[in-house]
Ligand binder design. Structure first.
Ligand code: HEM
Ligand SMILES: CC(=O)Cn1cnc2ccccc21
Length: 290
């Protein structure tokens, strides 16, 4: 059965907005991380990795139990590099001991996206920390060397459509690959910390060449020094995915809307929020200054 969300006693929008603000202020303070990309993209990747272990067949994994805090999941080779995001969040968890790890990991991704000028992401609290024994085994996160049918099958485990898959992968407009983490090398020049539809624009507009990188893995590189993973490039090789790439390259608003819906589905997969009321939409720091 689905995990039942449990309200944190007496916590309301204002309390969670304080957590949002603490994360957002720390993002601004520590802007030098990873060649001045900052922690935003890493936090978004953490929120996806803690949710991407979900399996609808037995409702195991997913963001509910906050099991990333246990060694087995944190040490999954697919999570290499996310220690940075986890370390970034430690003082936030200490300052707000009442928030569950599942809520903190997902709220951090929402905060990072909104502070990087992404869409407003409705977010619901209520995830409850699970025991170490409930930690999903390693190997549930995707393999970047694969093609379109692999990507379609992989996301089928969450019940995602082609449109949701393409929208979600638009998050690869953020940050970069790091050879020491994943065996893929990204260009410093093109890495960004602003949420836009340029992942789709680049996929369609650049001349991509399949090359072996220093780790012996194949990746697509362009003259401008951009890169795409094989699973990224699969989105323009596969006709059914390609039509959504073209849609989002032309229409950033449509991308923002569809990304928001798919990302909420990713973060909430496997959780029954019941009658816990509607989702919170947080103000960005800029919206609170004025
Ligand atoms: C087919 C599915 C996916 C594959 C194979 C994949 C693979 C990867 C790889 C290999 C990296 C580089 C990690 C590193 O070297 O540091 C990466 C980074 C990233 N991924 Fe994905 N990813 C997928 C889906 C997603 C989704 C669904 C999201 C979010 C909604 C996402 C968000 C990110 C972000 C923001 C980064 C940059 C992290 C940073 O700069 O530290 N990815 N991904
Ligand atoms: C800047 C760049 O390489 C855009 N990009 C293209 N594919 C990516 C996968 C993960 C992170 C960033 C990615």
């Amino acid at each position: 059965a689905l995990h039942l969300a449990k309200a944190q006693d007496g916590k309301s929008l204002e309390d969670f907005q304080k957590v949002y603000n603490a994360i957002a202020e720390k993002l601004r303070d520590e802007d030098e991380f990873d060649g001045y990309i900052g922690y935003g993209p890493n936090l978004v990747r953490l929120s996806w990795h803690v949710s991407g272990t979900f399996d609808k067949n037995d409702n195991s994994g997913g963001s509910f139990g906050g099991t990333y805090r246990f060694k087995k999941e944190a040490d999954d080779p697919a999570n290499k590099g996310l220690q940075n995001a986890a370390h970034f969040l430690e003082p936030i968890a200490k300052k707000f001991p009442w928030i569950s790890h599942g809520d903190l990991y997902t709220l951090a991704g929402v905060t990072a996206l909104q502070e990087m000028q992404g869409p407003k992401i409705p977010w619901r609290p209520g995830r409850v920390d699970a025991d170490e024994k409930d930690t999903p085994e390693n190997g549930r996160l995707p393999d970047a060397s694969q093609d379109g049918s692999y990507v379609r099958h992989y996301f089928g485990r969450f019940g995602f459509t082609d449109q949701e898959i393409v929208a979600l992968l638009g998050a690869h407009c953020l940050g970069k690959t790091h050879l020491e983490n994943s065996g893929y090398e990204g260009p410093w020049g093109a890495a960004t910390n602003t949420f836009t539809n340029e992942f789709f624009v680049n996929l369609l507009n650049e001349n991509w060449k399949l090359e072996k990188n220093e780790a012996g893995n194949k990746q697509y590189n362009s003259e401008k020094g951009y890169m795409m993973l094989p699973t990224d490039y699969a989105l323009v090789q596969d006709g059914k995915f390609r039509k959504y790439v073209e849609k989002y390259a032309k229409d950033q608003d449509a991308f923002f809307e569809d990304f928001k819906s798919a990302y909420v589905k990713l973060l909430e997969n496997g959780i029954d929020f019941g009658k816990l009321g509607k989702a919170y939409v947080f103000k960005t720091l800029d919206e609170q200054d004025s």
